[in-house]
Design a protein around this ligand. Sequence first.
Ligand SMILES: Nc1ncnc2c1ncn2[C@@H]1O[C@H](COP(=O)(O)OP(=O)(O)OP(=O)(O)O)[C@@H](O)[C@H]1O
Ligand SMILES: [Mg+2]
Length: 205
Amino acid sequence: MRSAQDTWPLLDRERELTEILRAYRERGNGVALVGAGGLGRTRLAREAQARLGAAAQWVAATRAGATIEFGALAHLLPEDADLSGGRLTVLRRLTRRFHDAGEPRTALVVDDAHLLDHASAAFVHHLATHGPAFLIVTRRAGATASDAIIALEKEGLVTRRPPGRTSRPGGASSPTVRWSGPPCCAATAPRPGPRCWTPPTWPTS
Ligand SMILES: Nc1ncnc2c1ncn2[C@@H]1O[C@H](COP(=O)(O)OP(=O)(O)OP(=O)(O)O)[C@@H](O)[C@H]1O
Ligand SMILES: [Mg+2]
C-alpha cells in the first residue's frame, strides 16, 4: 500500500535500492535504514517493498500500536490462530509462518522499528537470528528503542557501516544504510541541480 505522497517520483535513491535488492538476492540477513526524522526512511522502505513485490510484508510500528502486544504484527497471524499458549506461542507461530513461506523468501519491512512493543521487537530479533526472512528495518536515529532492535545492529545481524550521511543543497540527506551482507556504499553523493529533492513544506494551520 502506498500513501498519496508516494505518487511523487522517488529521487536520488536508485543506489540504495540497488544495494537493498542485491543484499536480498545474495541472502543477507537484512538492512537497517537509520536516520533522523523526515529523511525519507519510510519512502525508501516502501520503494524496496514495491520492488520486492509479493515477497515483501509491511509492518508499521506506532506508539499507539505499541500498547498492544504484537499489535503491529497482528495481520501476519491467521484470524483463527490458537494463541492460548501465550507470548511464546505467538512468537513460534509467527516464526513458522516465515519458515513455511518457502521461496522466494519473505522480506519483512518494519517501519519505525524503534516504536515496536518489546514482544514484537523480540520477534524481529528472533527472526533475524533464526528465521529465513530478509529484514528491512527503519529506525529513527537517537530515539529510544527496544534493546532487541538495537541488538540487530549491535550483534551484527545487520552489519554496521560507518555513518555515511550526505547532505544535499536542498537540505535533504540520505539515511545511513547499515548492511548485512557484502560491503557497499552508505549514501548517495551530493547532486546539485534540478534533480535535488527538497522535503515538502506543509501548511501550518
Ligand atoms: N527520495 C525521495 N524522493 C521524493 N520524495 C521523497 C523522497 N524521500 C522522501 N520523500 C517524501 O518526503 C516525505 C518524508 O519522507 P518519509 O516519510 O519517507 O521520511 P521519514 O524519514 O520516514 O520520516 P519520519 O521521521 O516522519 O518517519 C514524504 O512525503 C516522502 O514521500
Ligand atoms: Mg517514516
